[in-house]
Design a protein around this ligand. Structure first.
Ligand SMILES: [Zn+2]
Length: 279
């Protein structure tokens, strides 16, 4: 078989795996509006994050996942500016959304409405070259085997950046690995008022080399479906402790073959279907 033929077949089998959202290569020209929920929605009138910004760089720009609601773009520009001016370092911005939001074929269930932003925990004092940005190396702040912080990869700058992000009024949640939340809890002063931002920091597996910022539904996005607010308080006590691995092994529950719940198929909001040519 000729190599070119194999490549063509491979190309078509891969592109058929892409969701209709991944096939849309440009945003709509409507005014910016987030539609639906974070994990089942889309983005009308997306804005692209400028490739060269103060205090940040976009990683893997070739994937073109740097589209967001205007408020997300402005948030990143604010955080970049603060990071550059106050800490003298730069952020690496990972995935935001596709040009029209919607579903990815892999990697994320959220990031569909232009309001979720991944920011790496690797801070760069020196800006990365194009090649380094195309294939960036992540840095993990957590020793996953021993469920503890990697002190060598965690600095006061990390604490400051995440605190700045959480204190931003547009931000509702920031997902981090539970070990990172514990570090933030330990580093903040004891004054209740000053610890309020910690309530927005939500423990979640997987977020050890990046943190995931979620913005609230923007004003003017009438069809944006908000999520319930996180529980009151700093979330540093029992709830956080419950994430720690148990030392006593628990026997796996017996499998019951009957009554298996089928996974619900999500129905995209109709306003979203209007944004794509291939439904
Ligand atoms: Zn994310």
């Amino acid at each position: 078989m000729r190599l070119s033929f194999v490549l063509v077949v491979l190309f078509y089998s891969f592109s058929s795996l892409a969701t209709p959202w991944e096939k849309e290569k440009s945003p709509t020209t409507n005014s910016t509006s987030s539609i639906g929920s974070y994990a089942n929605g889309c983005l009308d009138g997306a804005q692209a994050l400028p490739i060269n910004g103060v205090g940040y760089q976009i990683i893997r720009p070739q994937r073109e996942r740097y589209y967001g609601h205007t408020e997300a773009i402005q948030f990143i520009e604010r955080l970049g500016l603060t990071t550059s001016e106050q800490l003298g370092t730069n952020l690496l911005i990972g995935d935001i959304s596709l040009p029209r939001g919607g579903r990815f074929s892999s990697g994320h269930s959220s990031h569909q409405t232009g309001l979720d932003i991944d920011i790496w925990l690797r801070l760069t004092d020196k800006r990365l070259s194009e090649n380094e940005l195309a294939v960036p190396k992540p840095v993990s702040a957590v020793d996953l085997t021993n469920y503890k912080l990697r002190q060598s990869n965690w600095t006061d700058d990390h604490f400051q950046v995440i605190r700045h992000a959480a204190k931003d009024e547009k931000v509702v949640r920031i997902f981090v690995h539970p070990v990172i939340k514990q570090a933030l809890c330990d580093q903040e002063v004891s004054d209740v008022k000053q610890r309020e931002w910690l309530g927005k920091i939500r423990p979640w597996w997987g977020h050890h080399s990046h943190f995931h910022v979620r913005l609230k539904c923007p004003e003017g996005s009438a069809n944006c479906i908000p999520q319930a607010l996180p529980p009151k308080g700093d979330g540093c006590g029992e709830e956080l402790a419950s994430w720690a691995p148990k030392t006593i092994p628990v026997p796996p529950p017996k499998k019951v073959a009957t009554n298996k719940k089928k996974k619900k198929i999500k129905v995209m909001p109709s306003q979203c279907l209007a944004l794509i040519s291939n439904k």
